[in-house]
Design a binder for this molecule. Structure first.
Ligand SMILES: Cc1cc2nc3c(=O)[nH]c(=O)nc-3n(C[C@H](O)[C@H](O)[C@H](O)COP(=O)(O)OP(=O)(O)OC[C@H]3O[C@@H](n4cnc5c(N)ncnc54)[C@H](O)[C@@H]3O)c2cc1C
Length: 300
C-alpha cells in the first residue's frame, strides 16, 4: 500500500512526489508518455528560476532524476481508472491495480484538435500538435501553423528556422500571444500571416497536400506539406468523469488545499481550474497538494 500515488509525471506531479518522499512517505508516480510532461516539447525555457536557459527535455529529465534519486518509484504506465473503497484508493492500469491512502492527480492537458473530419486520418502524415517534436521532418518545406496564442507564435518562430515557408493561420485579426514574440515573428521573411481565417478541410491522398480555409467568407486553398495545430489544450480528466467535480470545461475543481470533493484526492498543475498555467504554477501546485496530502495522511 502506497501513502500516495501521483498520476502524471509532469512538473506538478514530480514536485509533489519529491515533497512526499522527503517527508518519508511511500510514493509512486505514473506517467503514460514522457516524464517531464508538456515542457519536454519546449525547445528552450528561459523563465524557470535557477536556469537562465535550458531545453525543456533536459529540465524534465532533471526533475525525474531528482525524484528517482530520492527513492520515488517511477512507472511508465497509464492510469485508466481511480476508485475509492472506504479509506483506500484503487489506482488502476490496464493490467494491475495499485492501492494507496491518497492520490495526487496531476495529469495536465493535451493539445486541442481542430475537430475536422480529415484531421485524424492525417495525424503523423502531415498533421502535428508539436512543432519541436516534428518540425525537423519539414526541412525546406512549406507548413501552416494554426492558432494565435503563445504556442502558435513559438511554433511558427521555431519552424521559420527550418522550413522554406510558414503560413500562420489565425481566426482573428490580432494575436493573443505576447507582443514581443509576435514582433520577432514579423521580422522573419519566410512567414505569411492569414488573418480572419478558419480551417475547413485538409486535402491530400496519403499525406497532407493542402488546407481548405475560409477567409472573410471566401474559400481558399493553401498548398502545404504539413499543418501544426496550436489552438489551445483540453484537461486530461476523462477518467475522472463522475468521480469528482469538474468545471464546465472539464478542469478539476478543488479547495485552497487542492483537495477535491473526494477526501484524500488532490489535484495539481494545469489539469485544475486556474488562470495561469506555467511551470512555476505547476510546481507550486505540486508543493501545496503534497503538503496537504501529508497532513491528511497524518490524520489517518
Ligand atoms: C510547447 C510548450 C512550451 C512551453 N513553454 C513553457 C515555458 O517556457 N515556461 C513555462 O513556464 N511553461 C511553459 N509551458 C507550459 C508548461 O509546460 C506547463 O504549464 C507544465 O508542464 C504543466 O505541468 P503539469 O505537470 O501540470 O502538466 P503536464 O506537463 O501536462 O504533465 C502531465 C503529465 O501527465 C501525464 N498523464 C496524463 N494522463 C495520464 C494518465 N491517465 N496516466 C498516466 N499519466 C498521465 C501526461 O502524459 C503528462 O506527461 C510550455 C508548454 C508547451 C506545450
Amino acid at each position: 500500500m502506497y501513502d500516495c500515488i501521483v498520476v502524471g509525471g509532469g512538473p506538478a506531479g514530480l514536485t509533489a512526489a519529491i515533497y512526499l518522499k522527503r517527508a518519508c512517505k511511500k510514493v509512486a508516480i505514473f506517467e503514460r508518455e514522457v516524464f517531464g510532461g508538456q515542457i519536454t516539447k519546449a525547445t528552450e525555457v528561459e523563465n524557470y528560476p535557477g536556469f537562465d536557459r535550458i531545453s525543456g527535455m533536459e529540465l524534465g529529465n532533471k526533475m525525474k532524476a531528482q525524484a528517482e534519486d530520492l527513492g520515488v518509484e517511477c512507472f511508465y504506465d497509464e492510469i485508466i481508472q481511480i476508485e475509492k473503497n472506504g479509506d483506500v484508493f484503487q489506482v488502476i492500469t490496464v493490467d494491475k491495480t495499485y492501492e494507496s491512502k491518497t492520490v495526487i492527480y496531476a495529469a495536465g492537458t493535451s493539445p486541442r484538435k481542430l475537430g475536422i473530419k480529415e484531421e485524424e486520418k492525417f495525424i503523423g502524415n502531415g498533421v502535428s500538435y508539436c512543432a519541436t517534436c516534428d518540425g525537423a521532418f519539414y526541412k525546406d518545406k512549406t507548413v501552416c501553423v494554426v492558432g494565435g496564442g503563445n504556442t502558435a507564435i513559438d511554433d511558427a518562430l521555431y519552424l521559420s528556422n527550418i522550413c522554406k515557408k510558414v503560413y500562420v493561420i489565425h481566426r482573428r485579426d490580432s494575436f493573443r500571444a505576447e507582443p514581443i514574440k509576435v514582433s520577432s515573428l514579423k521580422e522573419k521573411d519566410n512567414i505569411e500571416f492569414i488573418y480572419n481565417a478558419t480551417v475547413e478541410g485538409i486535402m491530400g491522398n496519403d499525406k497532407v497536400e493542402a488546407l481548405e480555409i475560409v477567409v472573410n467568407d471566401k474559400k481558399m486553398e493553401v498548398k502545404t506539406d504539413g499543418v501544426f495545430v496550436a489552438i489551445g489544450s483540453t484537461p486530461n480528466t476523462e477518467i475522472l468523469d463522475n468521480f469528482f467535480s469538474l468545471d464546465a470545461n472539464g478542469y478539476a475543481l478543488s479547495n485552497h488545499e487542492l483537495e477535491t470533493s473526494v477526501a484524500g484526492l488532490f489535484v495539481a498543475g494545469d489539469v485544475r481550474d486556474k488562470q495561469v498555467k506555467q511551470l512555476t504554477t505547476a510546481t507550486s501546485d505540486g508543493t501545496v497538494a503534497a503538503t496537504f496530502a501529508i497532513d491528511y495522511l497524518n490524520t489517518l
